[in-house]
Design a protein around this ligand. Sequence first.
Ligand code: KIV
Length: 305
Amino acid sequence: MSTTPKTDARTDPGRLPMTLPRLAEKKRLHEPIVMVTAYDFPTGQIADAAGVDVVLVGDSGAEVVLGHSSTVAVTIAEMLMLTAATRRGVANALLVADLPFGSYEASDEEAIRTAQRFVKEAGADAVKLEGGGPAMIARVRAITSAGVPVMGHVGLTPQTATALGGRRAQGRTAERALEVAREALSLEQAGAFAIVFEAIPAAVAAELTSALQIPVIGIGAGSDTDGQVLVLHDLLGVYPGRAPRFAKQYTDLRSQMLTAVGEYAAEVRDRRFPAPEHTFSIDPEELARFVALLGRGGDDRSRRS
Ligand code: KIV
C-alpha cells in the first residue's frame, strides 16, 4: 500500500497552521507529532506540502548543507539566511530555528538578542537551544520571558559533543538518566514548549515522556515519545557522510541525483541536449537578413538609402 500523501497539504483547505496550543493538544490526544529539518525554500516547501507538524532549521545544516564536519562552525548570519529561505517555503508547519553554538550561552541578554533576530529577521516561530544545565535554564527563562517560544534539546547535544565524550548515547546509567530527567523537568519549568530527546534509551525516554507535560520529540529515543524528528538529508539519502544508526533512510536521492546529472553531462557531450523542444526558432527570412547583416559587419545603411 502506498503511503504517499494524496494531496498537497499546503493547499488542503482543512489544514490549520500549527500553533503551540495545537502541539500541546497533540500530546494530550496521543497523536504523534512529526518534525523534520529543512534548510532552504524547496526543502521547506516539500516538508510543508508533506504535512509535517514542525519544520526545524537545524544547525545540522552546518554539516549536511554547508559541508562542515560538525555543527559548531555555523554562524548566526548563515543560520538566519537558511531560516529566512525556509520560512518562504513553509506556510502551515511551526517553524523552529536552531540557535547556533556561541550565539546564546554567554548571557541572558545575548540569548534574547539572538533569539529575537531569528523571529524578526528570518520569520521563525520559535527557537531551539541545546542543554539543560543551570545556565541554559536561565537562558530559556529569559528568552521565553522576552516573548520567543523555546524548544529544549537534551541527551546527545551535538554542539557540546566533545564535552560529552563524543557523539554517543546519553542516560545509559541510572545516574546519567536522572541527569537527563532533571534537565528536561527544569526546561519544562523554565517555560520550554517542547523538548528534543536525542540518543537516549527508549525506556528512559518513555518514562520521561509521561512525566513531562510538554511534548517530547525523539531522535534515537525510541517510539514512545510524543513525536519524532529526522534530519531531512538522512531521510532522503542525500548526504554522502555516515548517517547516525538511529536515522532511517527512506530513499536514495543521492543516487537519483547522480544519475540525472550524469545523464545531462552525457547528453551535452554527445549533443543530444538541447533538443528542438528546448530551442527557440527564428523566421527564416529574418535569419537570412541577419546573416547578411552580420556579413557586412552589422552595417544596415543599404536598407535606409
Ligand atoms: O540540528 C538538528 O538537525 C537537530 C535535530 C537532530 C533535532 O537538532
